[in-house]
Design a protein around this ligand. Structure first.
Ligand code: F6R
Length: 609
């Protein structure tokens, strides 16, 4: 939530920061602002709404500087308005700050600072940081930021500059991400690497509690004990093109279409051809540790939680290990019963979701062995977990997660098979068959992607629908939840997913001719049961859209619209069945004129509770 960018060097900071903010706009788009040091003075431009408004503002009221900071906001404290947009200044207007996170004790700090005659211009929590820095500023911005931070409780990634010292940007992070991009006679700062890719691939991820002073030619980092430290430099393998739309109308459409490649990228190098073995080099669990696992506990939010729900079926079926799935925001306050025999798995595309990160820390306190499944390399969850399995899907920019979900599922299949083969709960033959089937999935995804025109036609029939029910059973039940989530988040249609067998226990009362039902009815051990559920919904007037396998003639009589997907092994079917649901939500959203990539009230990376 909220994106921040900083720059110091020889270029026009305004351009670098604006370009970076464009890449981070998915983190928040209520308002945006940039401040630079121009002729020894802070110059600031801020605008409400999307970044284009800021661009217009800067075009008509130009600023220039070689050092600056910028911000794109997802409002937490204070409505979206120009006054509340970052950067925020102190009373003198000589210090400016951008911030991502929440200053939890800002009310008491503000009261205290007001008593000390500081004048506030916004309703934000962030502004207290600017005034605190002012309070401690005695000609050394770094020292002032360090002193200010001693007063602050909460989460922050922040950048500060002062026009009295135009040679450095001071940054700090705690429980919110910040990455430094390294250049020649220039350096960059951003909330995540996508903002840096067009300038550099060499980065340093700051650790929690770090404060850093960034100059054109040097970087000094201090840890929580104020000790000067070196943090490893890393090379990012993503490229700037991956973060572009590449001719697609929306990032979401591009990302749906990338799934043939991205699922392959997730399993590439992790399956050995000769021995039919799953090789997960980054998962350091020994055979003995695996045989000691008493329970698996998966923790995640939103779409990632749905990937976890799917994995529960797999872990229990193939490893025999009891598995539970928890929503991170509940898990962290629920006194979970966890010990060193419990394997906890944290799924997060961004690796920065505040609740997932807090849950991971809790599990580690309780001595659980932890595995993270993340897409963003170097993210907090990936760095703090004992083991990390990257999904390698490339940057996901659309707020609605698509390719990251199929990447998470693929990574989970690999982890399940890795544990099952170490525990010998599956035979060599079963593993070999699974590997053949998994290798075939990208081809099947590619066939499924060709259904987009047909799905668009069906979507046309439902663009004015106010509500929707999604049904499935067993391993596809989480896919029904995921389909419903996609529809509600990007087209604002009320949609609910249910395990089909649960309908008779209440939800069927909702069904009449105004309630269409999307049903996953691909081949499975519960296929006949789902057919009965379709009949029950149809008998009450619902229009039925069925996702079924190619060649299924029965379903034509039982449903109103059909989407025929290629057949795959039942356990891999979620990877295929989710794709029509992603397309359906996408087309409905476009037809309704919604903002597909940046739906209202949402942000890609939920770094606050
Ligand atoms: C929905 C969506 C969200 C995320 C959730 C967790 O399309 O993207 O529900 O899945 O906010 O985010 P990560 O996976 O980054 O922890």
């Amino acid at each position: 939530m909220c994106g921040i960018v900083g720059y110091i060097g020889k270029k026009n900071a305004v351009d670098v920061i604006y370009n970076g903010l464009q890449k981070l706009e998915y983190r928040g788009y209520d308002s945006a602002g940039i401040a630079v040091i121009e002729n020894g003075k802070i110059e600031r431009r801020r605008s409400v709404g999307k970044l284009v408004n800021l661009q217009k503002n800067i075009k008509s009221n130009k600023i220039f500087g070689n050092i600056g900071i910028g911000h794109t906001r997802w409002a937490t404290h204070g409505k979206p308005s120009e006054e509340n947009a970052h950067p925020h200044t102190d009373c003198s207007g000589k210090i400016v700050v951008v911030h991502n996170g929440i200053i939890e004790n800002y009310v008491s700090l503000k009261k205290q600072l007001q008593k000390e005659k500081h004048k506030f211009a916004s309703e934000t929590d962030t502004e207290v940081v600017a005034h605190l820095i002012e309070k401690y500023y005695k000609g050394d911005l770094l020292a002032a930021v360090k002193s200010a931070l001693k007063n602050i409780e909460g989460a922050y990634a922040l950048c500060a500059i002062s026009c009295e010292d135009s040679s450095r940007v001071v940054v700090a992070r705690k429980d919110a991400p910040l990455v430094i991009g390294l250049g020649k006679e220039e350096n960059f700062i951003a909330s995540d690497v996508s903002a840096l890719l067009q300038y550099t691939k060499d980065v340093i991820f700051l650790e929690n509690g770090d404060v850093a002073e960034i100059k054109e030619n040097s970087i000094k980092i201090f840890d929580t004990k104020n000790k000067k430290v070196t943090r490893a430099q890393q090379k990012i393998l993503w490229n700037a093109i991956q973060a572009e739309k590449c001719g697609y109308k929306h990032f979401m459409l591009k990302e749906i279409n990338e799934q043939t490649q991205t699922t392959q990228d997730t399993f590439r190098g992790r399956i050995s051809d000769e021995e039919n073995k799953i090789i997960l080099q980054s998962v350091k669990l020994t055979k003995e540790e695996i045989s000691n696992i008493s329970r698996i506990c998966i923790v995640a939010c939103g779409t990632s939680y749905h990937a976890g729900l799917t994995a529960k079926f797999l872990f229990e079926k193939l490893t025999g290990i009891p598995t539970e799935v928890n929503i991170a925001s509940e898990f962290r306050y629920a006194n979970p019963v966890i010990d060193n025999k419990v394997l906890t798995i944290f799924i997060s595309q961004s690796g920065e979701t505040a609740d997932t990160l807090a849950a991971l820390r809790l599990a580690k306190e309780k001595k659980s062995k932890t595995v993270a499944i993340c897409n963003v390399v170097g993210s907090s969850v990936s760095r703090e977990a004992d083991n990390v399995l990257y999904t390698h899907c490339g940057p996901e920019i659309g707020v609605a997660s698509t390719k990251a979900f199929t990447g998470q599922l693929t990574a989970l299949y690999l982890l399940v098979m890795f544990i099952a083969s170490k525990k010998q709960t599956i035979s060599k033959k079963q593993l070999a068959k699974f590997i053949v089937n998994l290798r075939d999935v990208p081809k099947k995804i590619s066939e499924t992607l060709k259904l987009s025109t047909k799905i668009k036609e069906i979507a046309k029939m439902f663009q004015n629908t106010k509500q929707f029910i999604y049904l499935a059973r067993n391993i596809n039940y989480p896919i029904a939840l995921e389909g419903a989530l996609k529809l509600k988040e990007i087209s604002y249609i009320y949609a609910e997913g249910y395990p089909a067998g649960e309908m008779k226990h209440g939800p069927i009362a909702l069904i009449d001719e105004t309630m269409p039902v999307m049903v996953i009815a691909t081949k499975s051990k519960v296929y006949d049961k789902i057919l009965s559920n379709i009949e029950e919904a149809k008998a009450r007037g619902a229009k039925i859209i069925a996702i079924a396998n190619k060649g299924n003639k029965d379903i034509v009589k039982k449903s109103d619209y059909q989407i025929f997907v290629p057949e795959v092994d039942e356990i891999l079917s979620p990877l295929i069945n989710v794709i029509p649901l992603q397309f359906f939500a996408y087309f409905v959203s476009v037809m309704k004129g919604c903002d597909v990539d940046q739906p209202r009230n949402l942000a890609k990376s939920v770094t606050v509770e």
